[in-house]
Design a protein around this ligand. Structure first.
Ligand SMILES: [Zn+2]
Length: 209
């Protein structure tokens, strides 16, 4: 599996370009910004983009989605519980001092348990409300890899004080869905360095009993 991860935009959201070496089909997760780099990464690996997946509706994760859709024709998937977030994008742009990306609409909801089967790539959507109501992680079981959005970070968890955030739901998502994954699972958070489920179980201050 081809997997390029690079930070995009002023908040340095980790954007993933994931492709299959054989079929050259690809998905992009969280194209928050810097769409030129996303497109050139796809081109460098001769990948055809099939789906755009969004972990949650915050501007730093979804801001470039429409531009990437226009450039590639790929549909946008995000959990529909976060469509309310998309109505706040102008406001979020103001908070971080960037220009608004304009209206963003999704093509289908990334509901819990949805399977992503794209030319040799296999993943499933895990709904993990807490950071936002629609927050969703993307799990690649055969690769032991989790794209965690802003749910779990190395040594921390996503904030729950923004609109749609809920600490109790975050803890439930964490214990019932995230920590249930194998300890060797590599976690790619929405920001910052990678970690593993085992490492976070052991040392993340928010996950200690
Ligand atoms: Zn966020």
């Amino acid at each position: 599996m081809i997997h390029e991860i690079f930070p995009v935009g002023p908040l340095q959201c980790n954007c993933s370009v994931i492709g299959d070496e054989t079929t050259h089909e690809a998905i992009v997760i969280d194209p928050g910004d810097n769409i030129d780099r996303v497109v050139s990464t796809l081109q460098r690996h001769q990948l055809t983009l099939k789906q755009i997946l969004i972990t949650h509706g915050h501007i730093d994760h979804v801001g470039g989605a429409m531009k990437l859709k226009q450039a590639t024709g790929a549909p946008i998937f995000m959990n529909s519980n976060d469509t309310a977030q998309l109505l706040l994008l102008d406001q979020m742009a103001g908070w971080i001092g960037i220009s608004s990306p304009g209206p963003v609409t999704i093509d289908a909801s990334l509901d819990h348990g949805v399977q992503i089967d794209i030319g040799g790539l296999h993943a499933s959507a895990i709904h993990t409300p807490g950071h936002t109501e629609g927050s969703t992680c993307i799990h690649f079981p055969s690769e032991n890899k989790l794209i965690a959005g802003d749910t779990l970070f190395a040594g921390s968890i996503g904030r729950t004080d923004l609109p749609g955030g809920n600490f109790e739901k975050m803890m439930r998502s964490m214990h019932e869905r995230i920590l249930a994954l194998p300890e060797e699972t590599v976690v790619i958070p929405g920001h910052g360095p990678a970690t593993t489920i085992g490492e976070e179980k052991q040392s993340n201050p928010y996950l200690q009993k």
